[in-house]
Design a protein around this ligand. Structure first.
Ligand SMILES: [Zn+2]
Length: 224
């Protein structure tokens, strides 16, 4: 299968899907990450562009995935016309022909995540507008320090109903990949700490009878 994640920032693809990338790529699936902002201007704690490019490459290599970058402005996705985000995602969908698509939850605290989720919801309907391979399933993922930091204001938060077992190795790959991204990991009790990410993987695993898991919210599925 072709499996595509669509996220706003470098590191989101690993925070939300890093362990699953490793497990699915080891099963022989092709895992591709489309990251809409390769621009680091607004990330004061982050390294320069060349260093970030190296970090992205190494982080994805560790979990067995490929990636593609666009240059939408970091923390300013609200200044980009919705149609431009949709079309950039549609282009990748047409090229990669995914079976499964994963993106941000629309209630994430991070505003870029909301915009990517909304654009992705429009873009995944592409197969119903023009002849191409059907997208079989569409999921929202959880990004610690964004999905968990959203406020309960009435739209319904992340509701996991799909779990992918990571095991020790999947979790270790995820942590190794994240530690490779300079400036991402923090000390506990920050959600982006080894302790909190391990705890979340254990909690999600416990919900589904797995030893460590990443959780997703399935929002569309076509059974054949
Ligand atoms: Zn992000």
């Amino acid at each position: 299968m072709n499996i595509l994640s669509i996220t706003a920032h470098p590191d989101d693809e690993i925070l939300g899907f890093g362990g699953s990338s490793w497990v699915l790529s080891q099963q022989g699936h092709s895992v591709h990450h489309f990251i809409l902002s390769g621009d680091v201007e607004a990330r004061r704690h982050r390294p320069g562009l060349n260093e970030l490019a190296n970090d992205i490459e190494k982080a994805n290599e560790i979990v067995g995935s490929k990636f593609e970058l666009a240059d939408f402005p970091n923390i300013k996705f609200n200044t980009v016309p919705h149609i431009e985000l949709v079309q950039s995602i549609e282009k990748v969908i047409e090229e990669f022909q995914p079976d499964w698509v994963f993106t941000h939850h629309p209630m994430d605290l991070n505003d870029d995540h909301k915009h990517v989720s909304n654009a992705c919801q429009a873009a995944v309907r592409l197969f119903q507008r023009k002849p191409m391979k059907r997208i079989k399933a569409f999921y929202f993922m959880e990004i610690c320090s964004s999905t968990d930091w959203s406020f309960p204001i009435g739209y319904g938060g992340f509701a996991p109903n799909t779990y992918l077992e990571l095991g020790e190795e999947g979790l270790n790959r995820k942590l190794e990949s994240l530690s490779n991204y300079r400036g991402v990991m923090r000390d506990f009790p920050h959600p982006r700490s080894v302790e909190a990410i391990t705890g979340l993987a254990a909690k999600r695993g416990g919900e589904a009878g797995y030893k460590y898991a990443e959780a997703f919210q399935l929002v569309f599925q076509g059974l054949e």
